[in-house]
Every structure is written in structure tokens, then in C-alpha cells.
Ligand binder design. Structure first.
Ligand code: 13P
Ligand code: SF4
Length: 305
């Protein structure tokens, strides 16, 4: 079957089965073309909470589908490829967090949304890369235990010197290995290009960035910038999407190794099978997890709004 034939069939099934397709901006171009909404983790959460469809398919990774389910407990929420996880979301278990909470009993626990629903049950508030600075600023407590990404955490700390942070030694296994040497090399080849950085990148790369923001913020920045060349320091799918959207501009990856296999595992055919009921996984969470993780996510929506 050709890609465009499959896309037409998917568009038809969307109507027939009352399905809303949400796609993270790291998904493949053929998936983005059939999605109802494309965005970063925060935007996807907002869209999920507003959706009027009875079925939502979240093309992204598991924690994003779990977030949709928590925000829409009465809807059917599906992850088209069940192996799509986020290694960062799974690197901290409940016991480790409970031990840290005992060590820092006075701290408000701020969870990056890239955490499991189970971990969120013992956190106070969620943040995303787009909303972390705003939400942490609004928290009354100055003592914050920020998990699991210390790179995003340090970036937030720089904007909020009045807060006291404790970090966990985690992070995205791909973004965290970015280096200043990669920046120097890319700038040598493309001296006029602006460096756009996701805050999960290493501290030295974030510091060197001309702009730092979430995936959506990076894409929005390009749309309004008069510059014509950009080095992109986030998952390399963004380089491809920007190239499609702005063919008159040039986009270069910071490094070919900034590629997330979990974000790339979902195919258009997985989406099709999920819609047909022959693949994918329906997300189910216990009432306890829905309620406790929900409190943490609803607090994010309230403060991030
Ligand atoms: P966003 O918050 O920009 O969507 O980032 C999520 C993510 O997983 C980045 O690696
Ligand atoms: Fe998780 Fe990193 Fe992949 Fe984002 S890029 S989904 S943080 S592993």
C-alpha cells in the first residue's frame, strides 16, 4: 500500500470511528500529516483535555498516552505501538523517590511530565519543558525537589535564582550527551546559523543557545525569525519537519546521534492497525493512579494555564 492511500484510509476511519489523533512533534512526517493536533507535551495535554471525541490515539510515547488517559478518564485512549516508552520516564522508581522525599521532607516535589503515572502519584505538581519556569515560579515553597531531569532543572534554576533546588541524577539519554564541542563544530561549518536548543540538552549546550525552548517553542521561533539558517539541538525529526515547513530556510542537526528510537518506533501502519482494532494498546490505569497522578497533572494545568 502507498503512504498516501494509507493516509486517506486513516482520515476516513477518523470520521467513522470518532477518533482524535494527537501526535508529538517528534513523530514521523506521514503521521503528522494525518494528526488533528501536533505539539509538545504541554500542548498535547491541553488538547487532550479539550477533546470532544470518544477515542484518542496518542502518537508519541507511553507517558504521553497515560497523561491523556488521566485527563480524559472516560475516553478510550490508545498508544499505537506499545513498545514506545521514554527511557527518562522509566529511570526513577517509586522506592527511590519515596526515599528522596524522606530525605527532603520540606520540599515540593516537581515532576517533569516525562515520568510514569505511578511515579506521579507521589509528586505534588507536573511540569513540561514549555511550562516549567512559569509553574515553578508560581509555587509558594522555595524548596523544590525536581525530578528526574537535572538539565531541565538547572535551566529552570537559572531563571529562578530565588528558589532552592534538589536534583536527581537522571536525564534524557540522548539530549544529555550533547556537548559544547558539537556546538563549536556545527558553528564552524554554519557560522551564520542560530542555535535552537531543547532544555533537556547538557548545560553547556543550553548556555550556548540563541534560543532555548520546548519542541513547539523551537518551531514557533523559526516561524517568526528573520534568520535563514538554524542548528537544531533536539531530536532530529524536528530538523526534517522544519525543512518541510520552511523549504526556503536551512536546518542542520547539532549531531546525528540526537535521535530517539522510542519516538521513531511508531509507524503509520501501527496507527492504521490501532484504528482498525488490530494493534496498539488501550491505556488503562487504576482508579487510585487516576486520582493521585491526576491531582499532580491538574495542578500543572491550573498553574500552567
Ligand atoms: P516537549 O516538552 O518539548 O514536548 O519535550 C518532550 C520530550 O520528550 C523531549 O525529549
Ligand atoms: Fe524520552 Fe529523550 Fe525520547 Fe524525549 S527524546 S521521549 S526525553 S528518551
Amino acid at each position: 500500500m502507498k503512504v498516501h492511500t494509507l493516509q486517506e484510509e486513516i482520515l476516513r476511519l477518523k470520521q467513522e470511528k470518532d477518533i482524535c489523533i494527537l501526535a508529538h512533534a517528534y513523530q514521523s512526517q506521514p503521521i503528522l500529516e494525518v494528526a488533528d493536533y501536533i505539539g509538545d507535551s504541554y500542548g498535547l495535554s491541553v488538547q487532550a483535555s479539550k477533546s470532544t471525541h470518544s477515542n484518542i490515539i496518542m502518537c508519541g510515547v507511553r507517558f504521553m498516552a497515560e497523561t491523556c488517559k488521566i485527563l480524559c478518564p472516560d475516553k478510550h485512549v490508545y498508544l499505537p505501538n506499545p513498545v514506545a516508552g521514554c527511557p527518562m520516564a522509566e529511570q526513577m522508581d517509586l522506592d527511590t523517590l519515596l526515599a528522596l522525599k524522606q530525605q527532603y521532607p520540606q520540599h515540593t516535589v516537581v515532576a517533569y511530565i516525562n515520568t510514569t503515572a505511578q511515579l506521579k502519584t507521589v509528586c505534588d505538581v507536573c511540569v513540561t519543558s514549555a511550562s516549567a519556569v512559569d509553574i515553578c515560579r508560581k509555587l509558594e515553597n522555595i524548596k523544590l525537589l525536581f525530578i528526574p531531569d537535572p538539565n531541565l532543572g538547572h535551566y529552570v534554576q537559572q531563571q529562578l535564582p530565588e528558589k532552592e533546588f534538589v536534583f536527581f541524577d537522571g536525564g534524557c539519554p540522548y539530549h544529555k550527551h550533547t556537548t559544547y564541542e558539537q556546538v563549536a563544530e556545527a558553528k564552524k561549518i554554519h557560522p551564520n546559523a542560530l542555535l535552537l536548543v531543547h532544555p533537556e540538552c547538557s548545560h553547556e549546550v543550553t548556555e550556548a543557545g540563541d534560543f532555548v525552548g520546548s519542541t513547539t517553542a523551537i518551531m514557533n521561533y523559526v516561524s517568526t525569525s528573520p534568520a535563514t539558517e538554524f542548528i537544531i539541538a533536539t531530536e532530529n525529526s524536528i530538523v526534517e519537519h522544519l525543512q518541510y515547513e520552511y523549504p526556503e530556510k536551512s536546518f542542520y542537526p547539532l549531531t546525528p546521534s540526537l535521535s530517539c528510537p522510542d519516538m521513531r518506533v511508531t509507524t503509520l501502519m501501527d496507527l492504521y492497525h490501532c484504528m482498525q482494532g488490530t494493534g496498539g494498546e488501550e491505556i488503562t490505569l487504576s482508579p487510585d493512579v487516576l486520582q493521585k497522578a491526576g491531582a499532580c497533572i491538574h495542578k500543572m494545568m491550573e498553574l500552567g494555564g
